[in-house]
Write a protein that binds this ligand. Structure first.
Ligand code: GLU
Length: 432
């Protein structure tokens, strides 16, 4: 893999640029983040000591609208990672035709080491530090890895205190009582489910004859495992950061979820409890889960899980990226050679930001939708864009990832060109 995550992410852009006819100006523009902010956040800890945390926010591109993207709390957060995630958000919002550009934020910490009150002070401190960089018409944060509705509520509240105006549209993924949208908590998985269902119908595969392994049992991973299981797919393996469980016959996902909710990790299932008696299973490692002989593999945890080191052992037929960036660009090429289909993050996990857009629209209009309306609109958008990307992939004989980038680039290129290009000023060329 390249020496930085961003260098690796940029390779996808280079790859897709070969298949589009956007202006050189637009291509150049998309290679750099628009603005990056690094902040130090002082937090008074419960024992009276002061700790300084490092936080970041990157607005990658805002040609198509205010920038949008989550905030991640994780020990590996760095400017390189946040910039890559902001880059992906730019393309993700364009793929779904949302009137947004891309952004991302993060704080370097292990959130499990902080008390709830320390987390609140840190989240409010982060907003104090970035308040001039965000806003309902500028940049709109949301949840990501290890952040949740409560944290989004604190962030919205803090911004409202600073501005002396209740400003729900500055953050999405809020609790329902603070202007959140129905269906936002399950949106990433629900959107991924619509993508998987539309692809499986194209390749004539029935749920009952399809085995699935899911890496990651957070908000997105646990929900997609349960949705697929309810729809009749055989989910044979799931994992969290501690380890994985596997059962050839299929797992009872609802029970495992309940178990995990009672705050025991998946590892605690190891034959000490009722779930273990209901579901016979083997204990395997996260790495073994990735290399299982299943039809569908769903990486729903972190970046760079499938890379040059393990790509040759991957046996799944279809990979649906519910995490952001789980397959490295080098692994992509090898998977393609081996005939394994990869459905990219910027399409598959875009349900989250799509319902974030719906939340922002509801906050601005003051009219709130039913869950049925939210999910209906989500389905229409996910299926429509999946169809378009599938058509591009077939027509140009390129992988779905490159097709998704081509689709996004056409929209981004059009928006950038609308402000004028060298070709327009000098040669009078107007791009179609
Ligand atoms: N963090 C999510 C993502 O990576 C959601 C972003 C949002 O809702 O703005 O897509």
């Amino acid at each position: 893999m390249s020496d930085s995550l961003f260098a690796d992410a940029s390779q996808r852009l280079e790859q897709a640029l070969k298949f589009v006819s956007i202006s050189d100006d637009a291509a150049e523009h998309l290679k750099y983040p628009k603005a990056s902010l690094a902040v130090s956040i002082p937090v008074r800890m419960d024992d009276g000591t002061l700790r300084i945390f490092q936080g970041y926010r990157v607005r990658y591109d805002d040609t198509r609208g205010p920038t949008k993207g989550g905030v991640r709390y994780h020990p590996n957060v760095s400017m390189d990672e946040v910039q890559s995630l902001a880059f992906w958000m730019t393309f993700k919002c364009a793929v779904l035709n949302l009137p947004f550009g891309g952004a991302k934020g993060g704080i370097t910490l292990n959130p499990k080491e902080l008390s709830k009150m320390e987390l609140e002070r840190l989240s409010r401190g982060y907003v104090d530090a970035i308040a001039d960089f965000i806003g309902p018409d500028v940049d709109i944060p949301a949840p990501d890895v290890y952040t949740n509705p409560m944290i989004m509520g604190w962030m919205m509240d803090q911004y409202s205190i600073i501005r002396r105006q209740i400003t729900p549209a500055v953050v999405t993924g809020k609790p329902l009582t603070m202007g959140g949208s129905l269906g936002r908590d399950t949106a990433t998985a629900t959107g991924a489910f619509f993508v998987i269902e539309s692809i499986m119908s194209k390749v004539d595969r029935l749920p009952q004859e399809t085995t699935v392994a899911v890496q990651g049992f957070g908000n997105a991973g646990a929900e997609i495992a349960e949705l697929l299981s309810k729809a009749g797919y055989k989910v044979v393996a799931v994992s969290d950061s501690q380890g994985a469980v596997y059962s050839k016959k299929g797992l009872d996902i609802a029970k495992i979820r309940q178990y995990k909710l009672s705050s025991k990790g998946i590892k605690a299932l190891y034959c000490q409890d009722t779930v273990c008696h209901i579901d016979e299973h083997e204990v395997i490692s996260n790495e073994e889960l990735l290399t299982l002989d299943v039809d569908i593999l769903i990486p729903a945890a972190l970046e760079n899980q499938i890379n040059e080191a393990n790509v040759k052992d991957i046996k799944a037929k279809y990979i649906f990226e519910v995490a952001n960036g789980p397959v490295s660009s080098a692994a992509d090429r090898i998977l393609e050679e081996r005939g394994i289909y990869v459905f990219p993050d910027i399409l598959v996990n875009a349900g989250g930001v799509t319902v974030s857009y719906f939340e922002w629209v509801q906050n601005r209009s003051g009219l709130y939708w039913t869950l049925k309306e939210v999910n209906q609109r989500l389905m229409e958008k996910m299926v429509e864009e999946t169809e378009k990307i599938w058509a591009i992939s077939q027509e140009l004989a390129i992988p779905m990832r490159t097709a998704a980038y081509v689709h996004a680039l056409n929209r981004l290129g059009e928006a950038i060109n609308a402000k004028g290009t060298r070709d327009y000023y000098i040669n009078g060329r107007v791009y179609a």
